[in-house]
Design a protein around this ligand. Sequence first.
Ligand SMILES: Nc1nc2c(c(=O)[nH]1)N[C@H]1C(S)=C(S)[C@@H](COP(=O)(O)O)O[C@H]1N2
Ligand SMILES: [Mo]
Length: 442
Amino acid sequence: MSDASRERRKAQIAGVREWLRGRGRPPGPFRPEFWRSPLRGPWLTSVFGSVLLVGLPIVALTGLVSYAAYNPELPGNDMTPSKGLLGFYLFDWPTSPVWLYRLTQGTHVVLGLTLVPILLAKLWSVIPKLFAWPPFRSPAQLLERASLLLLVGGAVFEFVTGILNIQLFYVFPFSFYPAHLYGAWIFLAALVVHVALKLPRLVTALRSRGFRQEMRTDLRDTRPEPPDPDGLVAAAPAPASMSRRGLLAFVGGGSLTVLGLSVGQTMDGPIRSTALLAPHGRGYGPGPNDFQVNKTAASVGVTAAQTGPGWRLTLLGARQVLLTRQELLDLPLHTYRLPIACVEGWSTEQEWTGVRLADLARLCGVAEPGGVQARSMQQAGYFNQVSLSAGQVADHRSLLALRVNGADLSLDHGFPARIMVPNAPGVHTTKWVRELDFRVPS
Ligand SMILES: Nc1nc2c(c(=O)[nH]1)N[C@H]1C(S)=C(S)[C@@H](COP(=O)(O)O)O[C@H]1N2
Ligand SMILES: [Mo]
């Protein structure tokens, strides 16, 4: 052991003794000397912070939009029935433009994923503050730290639950939907407080160094930022082993890699196979039904026997009407290109052929439907039924689809019949429909 390290060890032991006697700081990360990266500092934190300041509100707002798109005020649609006041902003989800939910939800998921490396880098840059000692010096500071707990806890919670959900690991001991919604509001409230407190410092810090200058500074010339009142800059910095531009390139490159490996799930054509990070991001064959399947018929217990020649569609309205598949095919058919846009971020546009929902309403004696409840042959599960609004039923592109891309629906895509509504979230395009109930007050 060298003299220097023996000295350091001695000082550490003395420090721990002090702490045990009730004086001084706890050892390890509570000591400023513990954090030695020469790159930490207000400028670096502010660079990551400003990217998040633009990105996270977009992720949060598109998420809240997604909740509105579920039309939770309609019977059976709400997966957070105890939302209380949090539904104050809900509105009747429109059917046009057809690509709107595809865009907002694709943005929510893909941008969220893209921000993961930035969020981690930002948390890394401020981590010494987690161990600030004493934990607070004034009631105001205690409040500030409590809001940080909600901010960081909220962000981590939203990212973890969101990512587990899109990766189809339904491992939470609670329902994803209300938890992700409540978490979003907690996070947003803490973010507003944080931005109000920190915006002036962010601006000052960004002005303290030139971005271009920093991009031209190599490892040899990399020095710590000047000491700051927040204590982000290391008290005893180690020599730089990476330049600031190297760190930014590493984090930015990680972010672009995630973007590049996930954005394909929102597109059709060859580019789709680049979505290596998406759980459904594999290649598909050339057939008319060869596109992404969410839940297969087998996985939800829908059998070929239920969907065979014995299948009847029940229409409930002023009167009850039963239709075979052939009788449906003999009604006026219409064809539209409409997307399936899943809440999990993937989407695809296909050409659907079927009977207009409005025509089916008329067939069972409902001239002006107040909406419809579609029920599936699938026995259990959240998504075996949906309520659609009056506006959705009235849209001429809203179909009970029987065919896709010129062929009969495959069993996995909902044979004998499924709902297709323009701009509806994928979860509302109920497959294996057995009953359409138009007895909804208008
Ligand atoms: N009966 C039933 N319909 C359903 C689902 C389901 O689980 N059960 N999943 C929905 C969801 S979440 C989506 S995104 C779409 C996916 O349609 P696809 O599997 O044909 O691509 O179907 C919807 N229809
Ligand atoms: Mo979905």
